[in-house]
Unconditional design. Structure first.
Length: 147
């Protein structure tokens, strides 16, 4: 069983400059590293990400969807980044993937607390204003069976 958190950052930016996307990505990765969250994806390409286990599904890209493969058994961190500065995206997709090491006897509570701390750190670092900027968090738990 694996779990991942997909974050959608929607803010009122007026530039599609790669530098802006890179600035946001750098702060997100740094905030996650401080909480020891190492399996990450940062996307600013206008596509909807589908997160899969890379042992069974390979990363691929279509016209609307992007399949992202993570290896849950990888002990070292994984970072998938696709920042396209020539596109003004409606939102950036920031993904944090849990591994079996993130699960305890009680589930993914500790992992989710680390995600929350990283998001608070990230929001502060990029000066998100709660009155006008949205940081939407979705938690997905996915079970797949393979013979």
């Amino acid at each position: 069983m694996t779990a991942f958190t997909k974050l959608s950052l929607q803010a009122n930016f007026c530039s599609s400059d790669l530098t802006l996307y890179q600035h946001i990505a750098d702060h997100f990765v740094l905030a996650c590293q401080q909480e020891k969250l190492q399996h990450l994806a940062v996307l600013a390409n206008g596509l909807l990400p589908l997160v899969r286990n890379s042992q069974f599904d390979k990363s691929s890209q279509g016209t609307e969807l992007q399949m992202i493969g993570f290896d849950p058994s990888a002990k070292q961190g994984q970072l998938v980044s696709d920042l396209q500065g020539d596109k003004l995206v409606e939102m950036m997709q920031l993904i944090i993937f849990a591994t079996p090491d993130d699960q305890t006897d009680m589930g993914y509570g500790r992992f989710m607390n680390e995600v929350e701390s990283a998001l608070r750190r990230f929001a502060k670092a990029v000066n998100l204003q709660p009155e006008r900027d949205d940081l939407t968090v979705r938690f997905h738990q996915h079970i797949s069976y393979h013979n």
